[in-house]
Design a binder for this molecule. Structure first.
Ligand code: ADP
Ligand code: XUL
Length: 543
């Protein structure tokens, strides 16, 4: 059999991407992306979102995601791709974002008319026109209230796998309930980005999978059920508004007739539960066993790893989610990822090649110039008022800033992932910025670990395609092993392996301590790090 097609779709912060694979040939047939700002300019998003002036309220448009989905399928049809041969589809959504729907959502999905566009038919199903997304940090009050009702930090972490976080769905739902009570009452169903788009393909409300469900502060991480205490701490009658929970690997149904008639899919196409972009990327970069970690350098930077046994970050900065395999994964999320790197690149009118060239030419340790890169409010460590701090240089020093931001991002990542006990021997890189070898070289030196770069930087969509294939074959009792499956698609050539330069190990161990002191000084009233920093400069740069 030569044709064995599976489709993965990823609705990320800035774009919607499809990855089509042919499993029988271990081949990626197509990667195709719709950039929201460029191809759907009438929504007026900037980098895919709408932000308030202080950067705390960040929303996006669920209708825009729907229109993008339609555009994507149109583009696939125009490319003469055999959509009717696709056996299964799954997807990925930016995590935590919530979509608020009224009671016309289900009947509208059931009665979609294939002569009309999706976007026209779904205009009036929302009780909230915009969706708060993962970049939103406006719910500190609600986080405190929920944490208190759950008995404090420790119980909150033990129940939900995470501290309460501003971007998590529970605190966001509570804010909506507190500030828009009537609209909350009118809301029949609250979906995540992933389960919302899954519902559209399914033609009825889809369940939320355990991977993305774990990012809500509402699901019990041990039982995989909605947690009554967490629901009650969040908003009244919430259970009735939430879809059911399901395993990430469950088949949720077959594709709705609308897509069969309008785009030519086979009515037999099965749909596998969608999940969050990070759980999908776990599969898309091949983390199906312990001892490996990944960094995703997209709009957000994340650091995540596969976890066999449940363990928590009791400092409350990291998360535990369910992995698509049914195991666990750890995750730490940094908001100042690509957009912070872009802020420096654009300030000095550089392109990415020039940016990389500066990284190549400047010395590790940056002459002791240290940046705390809070261009936007930061998630880890928590910074609600964005300010960029510089030690030993100023904002006009191009070289200092280029190396400064990259070293800061990976020092912070190393510092805040210390709680993950499983030793990491290899790091797999994905996301838009993982195309940049010079950035990965800095990361490799800072972690003193080998980094693997992939040709395809959208591992979330690839992960979704692979998940759909695995569940399809499981459903017909031809079981494929996860590791065998991912290895068929993730062969890494030697020139995509970035080796750490051992010469800089001690320097970065020392710089980490300087960085730790700078962060403590700014955020926790710690001691002034200046003498310590000067000692570092003297030791490595001699003045
Ligand atoms: P998301 O999935 O969060 O929407 P992506 O993973 O697609 O984001 O990454 C998009 C980002 O990748 C852009 O904002 C851009 O800054 C960054 N990017 C793209 N190419 C490069 C490069 N060569 N070097 C560094 N960053 C890059
Ligand atoms: C993870 C997080 C982001 C989003 C968008 O917790 O908030 O990584 O999933 O990529």
């Amino acid at each position: 059999m030569n044709v064995d097609y599976f489709l993965g779709i990823d609705c990320s912060t800035q774009s919607l991407t499809a990855v089509l694979i042919n499993l029988s040939k271990n081949e990626i047939i197509l990667r195709y992306s719709i950039n929201f700002d460029e191809e759907l300019p009438h929504y007026n998003t900037q980098n895919g979102v709408f932000s308030s002036n202080d950067g705390k309220v960040v929303h996006s448009s669920p209708l825009m995601w729907v229109e993008a989905l339609e555009l994507l399928f149109k583009a696939l049809v125009q490319r003469d791709l055999p959509l009717n041969e696709i056996k299964a589809i799954s997807g990925s959504g930016q995590q935590h974002g919530t979509v608020y729907l009224n009671n016309s959502f289900e009947p509208t999905l059931k009665n979609l008319d294939s002569e009309k566009s999706l976007v026209n038919q779904l205009q009036s199903v929302f009780t909230r026109e915009t969706s708060p997304i993962w970049m939103d940090s406006s719910t500190t009050k609600q986080c405190e209230e929920i944490r208190l009702k759950l008995g404090g930090l420790e119980p909150t972490i033990y129940i939900t796998g995470s501290n309460t976080f501003e971007r998590f769905s529970g605190p966001q739902i509570r804010k909506f309930y507190e500030q828009n009570y009537d609209d909350y009452i009118q809301t029949s169903t609250i979906h995540l980005v992933s389960s919302f788009l899954s519902s559209i393909l399914l033609g009825k409300s889809s369940p939320i999978d355990h991977g993305d469900g774990a990012g809500m502060n509402l699901m019990n991480i041990r039982t995989n059920q909605w947690d009554d205490k967490a629901l009650n701490a969040t908003a009244p009658n919430l259970r009735q508004k939430l879809p059911a929970l399901t395993n990430s690997y469950d088949v949720v149904g077959k594709i709705s007739p609308f897509f069969v008639e309008r785009f030519g899919f086979s009515p037999e196409t099965i749909l596998v539960a969608w999940s969050g972009d990070n759980p999908n990327s776990l599969i898309g970069v091949g983390l199906t066993e312990k001892g490996k970690a990944a960094i995703s350098l997209g709009t957000s930077d994340t650091y995540f790893s596969f976890m066999k046994n449940l363990s928590f970050d009791m400092l409350g900065e990291g998360h535990v989610f369910r992995a698509p395999t049914g195991d666990f994964m750890s995750l730490i999320c940094f908001k100042n990822g690509s957009l912070a790197r872009e802020a420096i690149k654009d300030k000095f009118n550089l392109n990415w090649d020039e940016f990389g060239e500066i990284l190549r030419k400047t010395p590790p340790g940056n002459f002791g110039k240290i940046m705390l890169p809070y261009f936007l409010p930061e998630i880890v460590p928590l910074v609600l008022e964005p300010t960029v701090y510089r030690f030993g240089f100023d904002e006009n020093d191009m070289q200092g800033n280029v190396r400064g931001i990259i070293e800061a991002q990976f020092l912070s990542m190393r510092l805040h992932s210390e709680w993950i006990q499983e030793q990491t021997e290899e790091i797999y890189a994905t996301g838009g910025a993982s195309a940049n070898k010079e950035i990965l070289q800095v990361a490799s030196n800072i972690f003193n670990t080998k980094i693997y770069q992939f040709e395809i930087t959208n591992s979330a969509a690839l992960g979704a395609a692979l998940r759909s294939a695995k569940s399809y074959y499981d459903s017909i009792n031809e079981r494929i092993n996860w590791t065998e499956l991912v290895n068929r698609f993730l062969k890494i050539q030697d020139n995509y392996i970035i080796q750490p330069n051992n010469k800089y190990k001690k320097l970065y161990d020392d710089l980490l301590e300087v960085y730790r002191k700078c962060e403590k000084f700014i955020l926790k009233n710690g001691e002034d790090p200046e003498q310590f920093r000067k000692d570092f400069v003297k030791k490595y740069f001699g003045n």
